[in-house]
Each structure stands twice: as C-alpha cells, then as structure tokens.
Design a protein around this ligand. Structure first.
Ligand SMILES: [Zn+2]
Length: 281
C-alpha cells in the first residue's frame, strides 16, 4: 500500500519534470521494470502532463528580452496541450506558429514581394514570395553565402491559407485526416503561411527539402550563419517533441537579427524561447 503510493508519487513527480524540460534521462532511474507494471493506473491519470504550466517547469528558459516584446500574446498564456488557438497578432515578425498556434484563416500578409534570389524553379509564382523584411534579409543571406562560396537556392517560401488547405485536403483524401496530420500541416498552422519562412537547398537542387540536405556544406553554413541575417533553423535536430517536427535543416524562419542571435546562442527552439507548451508529435 505504502509502496504503491510511493511509486505513484515518484512517477507523478517524474512526469512533471519531464513535461517541461524534455530531458528524459532524468526519469529513467526512477522507474524499474517492476514499477512500470504497478504504475500503469498512475500513468493513466497523469497523462495530461503536457498541460503542466510551462512557466513552472521552464526553469532554464529565461523570459524573452525586450527585443521580443512583439511576442504573440496567444503563446504567453497557452491553454492546455492539444488545443489549437488562433494567433492574435499574425503580422508580428516574431509570431509563433505551430500545431497549437494557428494563423487566422483570413490572414494574408500585405507586404509580400519577390526576393531577388535564385529558386530551383523558374516560374514567378506564390511560393517565391516573402514578406518584404524577410525578403531583404534572405537576399543578404544568399549574398553572404556566395562570399563564402556557398551557393543556395530557394525551394519554397510563402504559401497561402488556400494553398495549404488544398494541399492538406489532397492528403486527407489519400490517407485520412489522422495520418495526413503527421506529415502535412493543418491549414493555418504552416509557418510558410507567415511569409517569413523559406526552404532552401544547394544550387544543384539535390536534396531539396529532404533529409539528405543535413550535413551538406550548405546546411552547415546555414547552421552557423543564418542568425547573422535574422533567420533561425526552426526545427532543430532532436527537438521534435517540442516543435512537433523532425529535424529540417532546410527550413529557415525570419525572426529579426536580435531574436535570431539570442535563440541561436541559447540553442533553444522558438517554443522554448517563448515558454510555450511543447508540441507533442
Ligand atoms: Zn519549410
């Protein structure tokens, strides 16, 4: 009786720790194989662990500095995990868009332009566009890369809500909604809809938005220099339990130089930077 209670407590405690810091190693020693069996009911009742207040568990993540005052209001008081909320300030350059924070369906950036950079395709179409500040920054980033003998090409930048909707619908028809959600963003939740994100690749066009881009000299250059131009690697390696996405070394997101440098220096994700609820799966 006492033992069971003790174990349940230990497990609850462990889950609370894990919910915020994603350091799974901390938990392992507290659960022995025998405990696992007896702990099942406890684990069941403790599953809403991701709902644990991120503020309480984010011991190592400092509050955003003044540079980040444009932080989305919606992410500062997140509801419980799993609930999707509509972003209040979609036009903010530091807006947090993920599976839990959706852009309004009516949102369309008003300052989209065609950045003067090469793409892997020739057409002057929607996915070549970016918001003007991000477009200026990506031009500088490409020029900086050229100086280091790194030749980049754009793969895909802006995507409207309508485009994302049709893409997603197509996948839903093919695989069903649950499966489609695992590899395609629900309309409103793709960062490409902000006009601040772009997928890039080497100028040979190989590995465009594919895993093999990781470890290339272009990917390494981005990892090292993107922040100097105001961009972050939005979905870093090993952070899928927080961002909701596997490592995407090709997907860079404009947040402004100050915030980008801070995020890069701290080696955190945008979710951690804002103390937002981790995005499971
Ligand atoms: Zn992308």
């Amino acid at each position: 009786m006492n033992q069971t209670m003790k174990y349940s407590l230990a497990i609850l405690l462990a889950l609370t720790i894990v919910a915020g810091c994603s350091n799974k190693a901390e938990v392992t020693p507290t659960t022995s194989p025998t405990e696992k069996e007896s702990s099942k009911p406890a684990t069941g009742t403790a599953t809403p662990s991701p709902a644990t207040s991120p503020a309480a568990s984010a011991k190592t993540t400092p509050k955003p500095t003044s540079a980040a005052t444009a932080a989305p209001t919606s992410s500062q008081a997140p509801p419980k995990s799993g609930a999707v909320q509509v972003i209040a300030k979609p036009e903010s350059v530091t807006v947090l868009v993920n599976k839990q924070n959706s852009l309004p369906s009516s949102y369309e950036p008003t300052d989209l332009v065609y950045p003067d950079i090469p793409f892997v395709f020739a057409e002057k179409i929607e996915k070549r566009k970016m918001r003007s500040t991000a477009a200026g920054a990506i031009e500088k980033l490409f020029a900086g890369a050229e100086k280091d003998n790194i030749h980049l090409s754009g793969v895909s930048a802006y995507r409207s809500f309508a485009t994302q909707k049709s893409v997603f619908q197509r996948y839903v028809l093919k695989d069903g909604e649950e499966k489609a959600k695992t590899y395609s963003a629900v309309p409103g939740t793709s960062e490409h809809e902000t006009g601040l994100a772009i997928d890039v690749t080497g100028s040979d066009g190989k590995c465009a938005a594919e895993d093999c881009f990781g470890g290339t000299k272009e990917a390494n250059w981005l990892e090292k220099h993107a922040a100097e131009y105001g961009f972050i690697i939005r979905y870093p390696k090993g952070k899928a339990d927080i961002t909701g996405y596997q490592y995407e070394p090709w997907h860079i997101r404009y947040v402004g130089v100050d915030v980008a440098k801070e995020i890069a220096a701290k080696k955190v994700t945008m979710e951690e930077y804002y103390n937002a609820v981790p995005v499971a799966k």
